[in-house]
Design a protein around this ligand. Structure first.
Ligand code: ATP
Ligand code: MG
Length: 400
C-alpha cells in the first residue's frame, strides 16, 4: 500500500465522485509507476468503468478531448485529469451482457492492453495496488518488460519500441531479454509510424537522466537505421561516450550538426517535422557554438545568448568538449555585462543624427550603433551618453 500524498490527494476527489455515482475508478500508469519510484509525478491519470458520457454528467467541467478513445479531461481546482474508460475489446459494442463482465475482468483487460509491466499498475484511492503483471517486481529489478508477448505488442504498436528505449533513458532501467529480442525482430516497423510521434519519443529520450543507456540500446538493437535523420547521419556511436541529457530537440539538432557538418539544420528540422521555433532556436545555438569555437568565451558571446539559451548552450558544449566550458565563468560574464540589450545603450539613432545634422541619414547610423553596442559589451567604453558622444567625435563614421 502506498501513502497518498500531493497530487494524488488532490485527485482523490475525482475517484470518490466517480465511485459515488456507482462506478469504479483507479489511478493508473505513469503516475503510479513514478510514485513507487519516488520520482516527481507528472499527470495523474485515471481509469474508470464509467463511460465518457457518464463522466460528462457527473462533473461540471469536462473537456471531450478523445471521446472516441474513451478519454475526457476533468478539471478540478485548476488541474486537468485524463479520465479514460476501461478499454476492453467489445467494450462499447457488446451491450447484451453489460453486467456479465465482472469488475476484475474489466481492469484486468485494461491493464493487459498497456505497454510495459511497470506502466500496467493501478492504485485505488486508499493506495492499494492492482498489480497483475508483477510490475512492482520489475520496478524493483529495474526492468522494462512488455505485458504479454513482445512480438505481438510491438507489432500492434511499434511506438512501444521507442517507448521502451525512452523509459530506459529516463529511469536507467534495463530492457528485459525477451523484450529486447522482440525489439530486434520488429524494429523495422518503426518506419511506418507518424514522424511526429517518433520525434516526441526521441526528444524525451535525449532528455533522460540516463540518456547514455538509451543511446546504447539504440545502437545495440540496431534501431538507428530506422529513425528519421539518424538513418542518414548515423552518428550515435560518436556521441554516446560523452552524451549528457539535452533538454530540447533544438539542442540535439545543434549537436548532430556540429558532430557532422553534412547534417544540415534545416534538413533535420524538416525530417523530424519540427516547428519553425525549433529551427530558430537550433540556428541561434549553432551560431553561438561556432562563435565559441573560434573566439572562446567572452562578453559578446554571453550577451548574444538570449535568456534561456545559456543552459542549452552549456549542455551542447559539454557533449562536444566535455569539461572544457567553465559554466561559472559564463554566468559571471553574463551577470557583469554593462548592458543586456540594445535598448539599454545610452545613445540612440536620434542622438547620432543630432551629432551630424548635415549628413544624410542612412544605414551608417545602424552600423555605428552596432559598433557602439559591441564596444560597450566588450567593456572598451562606458555606457554613458557623453562618453559615447566623445568616442563618436574622435571616430567619425565613414559615410558612403
Ligand atoms: P510520461 O507521461 O511520464 O511520459 P507515461 O507512462 O505516463 O509516461 P503516457 O504516454 O502518459 O506515458 O501514457 C500513460 C499510460 O498509458 C502509460 O503508463 C501506459 O500504461 C499507457 N500507454 C501509453 N502509450 C501506450 C502505448 N503505445 N501502448 C500501450 N500502452 C500505452
Ligand atoms: Mg503520462
Amino acid at each position: 500500500m502506498k501513502l497518498l500524498t500531493g497530487p494524488f490527494q488532490e485527485a482523490i476527489y475525482i475517484i470518490d465522485t466517480i465511485e459515488r455515482a456507482g462506478h469504479q475508478a483507479y489511478f493508473v500508469g505513469g503516475c503510479v509507476r513514478d510514485s513507487l519510484l519516488n520520482r516527481t509525478i507528472g499527470d495523474v491519470d485515471i481509469t474508470t468503468s464509467a463511460k465518457p458520457h457518464e463522466i460528462q454528467s457527473i462533473f461540471n467541467e469536462v473537456i471531450p478531448v478523445g471521446i472516441e478513445h474513451g478519454t475526457v479531461i476533468v478539471r478540478h481546482n485548476q488541474v486537468s485529469y485524463e479520465v479514460t474508460t476501461f478499454r476492453t475489446e467489445g467494450d462499447y459494442s457488446d451491450h447484451r451482457h453489460p453486467d456479465s463482465v465482472s469488475f476484475m475482468d474489466k481492469i484486468d483487460e485494461d491493464l493487459a492492453r498497456r505497454d510495459f509491466t511497470i506502466n500496467a499498475l493501478a492504485m485505488d484511492k486508499t493506495g492499494v495496488l492492482v498489480d497483475l503483471f508483477d510490475g512492482q517486481e520489475d520496478l524493483k529489478k529495474g526492468l522494462i518488460r512488455t505485458v504479454g508477448n513482445g512480438y505481438e505488442r510491438f507489432t500492434e504498436d511499434p511506438l512501444r519500441i521507442l517507448r521502451a528505449v525512452r523509459f530506459s533513458s529516463q529511469l536507467g532501467f534495463e530492457i528485459e531479454k525477451h523484450t529486447r529480442e522482440a525489439i530486434t525482430a520488429t524494429k523495422s516497423s518503426i518506419e511506418g509510424l507518424a514522424v511526429e510521434r517518433i520525434t516526441v519519443e526521441l526528444e524525451k529520450l535525449f532528455a533522460g537522466t540516463y540518456v547514455k543507456s538509451g543511446l546504447e540500446y539504440i545502437n545495440e538493437l540496431g534501431i538507428e537505421q530506422h529513425l528519421p535523420v539518424l538513418k542518414n547521419v548515423p552518428i550515435l556511436s560518436r556521441i554516446t561516450h560523452t552524451i549528457q541529457p539535452l533538454e530540447t530537440i533544438a539542442e540535439v539538432i545543434c549537436l548532430i550538426h556540429h558532430v557532422d557538418s553534412e547534417a544540415g539544420i534545416q534538413q533535420m528540422v524538416k525530417e523530424w517535422k519540427c516547428s519553425n521555433q525549433v529551427l530558430r532556436k537550433a540556428k541561434t545555438l549553432c551560431h553561438a557554438i561556432e562563435y565559441y569555437q573560434v573566439s572562446g568565451l567572452d562578453n559578446w558571446l554571453a550577451y548574444q545568448l538570449l535568456p534561456g539559451y545559456h543552459d542549452a548552450f552549456a549542455r551542447v558544449i559539454e557533449v562536444l568538449s566535455p569539461g572544457e566550458l567553465n559554466k561559472n565563468e559564463l554566468i559571471s560574464l553574463k551577470d557583469n555585462l554593462a548592458i543586456t540589450s540594445k535598448k539599454e545603450l545610452a545613445i540612440n539613432g536620434n542622438d547620432i543624427i543630432d551629432l551630424f545634422p548635415t549628413v544624410q541619414k542612412g544605414p551608417w547610423i545602424q552600423y555605428l550603433l552596432v559598433k557602439l553596442e559591441k564596444l560597450v559589451v566588450d567593456g572598451v567604453i562606458h555606457n554613458e551618453k557623453s562618453i559615447l558622444k566623445d568616442w563618436i567625435k574622435w571616430n567619425p563614421p565613414e559615410v558612403k
